[in-house]
Write a protein that binds this ligand. Structure first.
Ligand code: HEM
Length: 393
């Protein structure tokens, strides 16, 4: 389904990537945003104009001029490395959009991107985090390819959805990891929190209030989001698909799912592009009983305590919030890709729009399964009476 090559992240020389175990809230986003370690502010400010004019010579000139500054990379702080990768990646992506490849850029730039892996544990190019939450907040320093308000909207929406999706993924995966059962209070509260966060994230895939313009995306922005290679390995461009909704799937229904191997492959591909903590929270759950499996099992017993029913309903609320997010997002995708383009176009995350339909349909099936298990479970009151009747006198 995807064309992605395996994720070759290596640990840092001291054995641990500096970002290992850190969630996006722990990485100082404002610091990354403020950082300009390569002195690229003036070039990045001109980038939209240079892209509009297809001025490859000026972009290449700016990239070549930065080469001496790359020597400082090994001594940079982590947030400076992240800022350097953000700017270098967007410059290379601009050149790729105008028909060049990484073979055309100064080799020192490719080496710098490759060496960032050991410092960050992330892929050696800009990701949705670099483009979104680590993009400078100051409008005058915003990094964009086009400078268009629609691109600002895409950056702002992706950035704003990052925290909520991460909070949902983090809480739900901890439930799986710690073996929490539906009857436990923590199961209910975490599922309800996740549902609220997912509803919050869904506000950022609404066309009506966000300024997201799917047609602008396909016509003008998408060409800047092609894969490029670093030392022979192809890496996808920043895509909101790399935000950790895949990790929410993994915890809620997918950790032990064997019926959709193509979606398992997709999740693994998407997980390669996030923070190491996102990847770990996805990978660590593989083969564990998902929250849905635990819930259906608990509801299938002859005695269903009230607390289990409460937990099951909370999981159903989470699943409904996932369906709502995906339903709303699908409207965006449908508007972005016309019927003629439907077959030929793939998204910047590297997959076709069919996957959007499949993910929505599988999530709906899971919600239906949870709903049916709730409906057919013995009512807690009846179960309690049944239990009392069977008790020896
Ligand atoms: C103009 C705006 C957008 C368009 C045209 C668009 C299009 C797409 C496409 C084509 C995919 C398939 C995967 C791929 O990229 O190859 C996708 C996936 C995805 N997108 Fe978007 N997207 C947009 C905005 C957003 C925003 C703002 C968010 C987050 C708030 C988002 C979240 C996701 C997620 C989580 C997926 C993974 C699929 C899933 O889990 O259901 N997208 N998008």
């Amino acid at each position: 389904m995807t064309t992605l090559t395996p994720h070759p992240v290596r640990p840092a020389p001291d054995g641990a990537a500096p970002l290992a175990g850190r969630w996006s809230g722990h990485v100082p986003a404002a610091r990354v945003g403020r950082a300009d370690p390569l002195g690229l502010d003036p070039l990045m400010a001109r980038l939209p104009g240079l892209n509009r004019d297809g001025d490859v010579r000026a972009i290449m000139g700016g990239l070549t001029a930065v080469v001496p500054a790359l020597e400082a990379l090994p001594g940079m702080r982590t947030w400076e490395v992240l800022a350097a990768v953000r700017d270098l990646g967007m410059l290379v992506a601009s050149l790729v959009r105008h028909g060049l490849t990484t073979a055309d850029v100064p080799p020192e730039v490719e080496t710098a991107l490759a060496s960032s892996v050991a410092r960050t544990g992330m892929v050696p190019r800009e990701t949705i985090l670099h483009y979104g939450v680590w993009n400078p907040a100051d409008a005058g320093r915003r990094r964009t390819f086009t400078g268009d308000p629609s691109e600002y909207a895409l950056i702002d929406c992706s950035a704003a959805a990052t925290g909520p999706l991460e909070t949902a993924a983090r809480g739900l995966s901890a439930l799986v990891e710690h073996g929490v059962e539906p009857g436990e209070q923590r199961f209910e509260t975490t599922c309800l929190t996740a549902a609220r966060e997912l509803e919050h994230a869904a506000a950022y895939v609404r066309m009506e209030h966000t300024g997201l313009d799917p047609v602008f995306f396909t016509r003008h922005l998408r060409p800047y989001f092609d894969p490029f290679t670093v030392h022979g390995v192809s890496y996808h461009a920043p895509a909101a698909a790399h935000l950790p909704l895949y990790a929410v799937d993994q915890a809620v229904w997918a950790a032990d799912d064997t019926r959709h191997p193509e979606l398992a492959e997709l999740r693994t591909d998407l997980a390669a592009y996030g923070l190491p903590a996102w990847t770990a929270c996805h990978e660590g759950l593989r083969g564990e009983d998902s929250l849905l499996t635990r819930t259906v099992r608990a509801l299938g017993s002859s005695h269903v305590p009230v607390t289990t029913m409460v937990g099951a309903r909370a999981l159903l609320t989470t699943l409904k919030a996932m369906v709502a997010f995906r339903g709303r997002h699908r409207r965006l995708v449908r508007a972005a890709y016309t019927d003629e383009q439907r077959q030929s176009q793939i998204g910047s995350g590297g997959v076709g729009q069919d996957v959007i339909d499949e993910l929505l349909s599988v999530t709906r099936d899971c919600a239906a399964l949870a709903g049916e298990a709730i409906r057919s479970a013995p009512r807690p009151a009846a179960a309690a009476r049944d239990h009392a009747e069977r008790r020896p006198a």
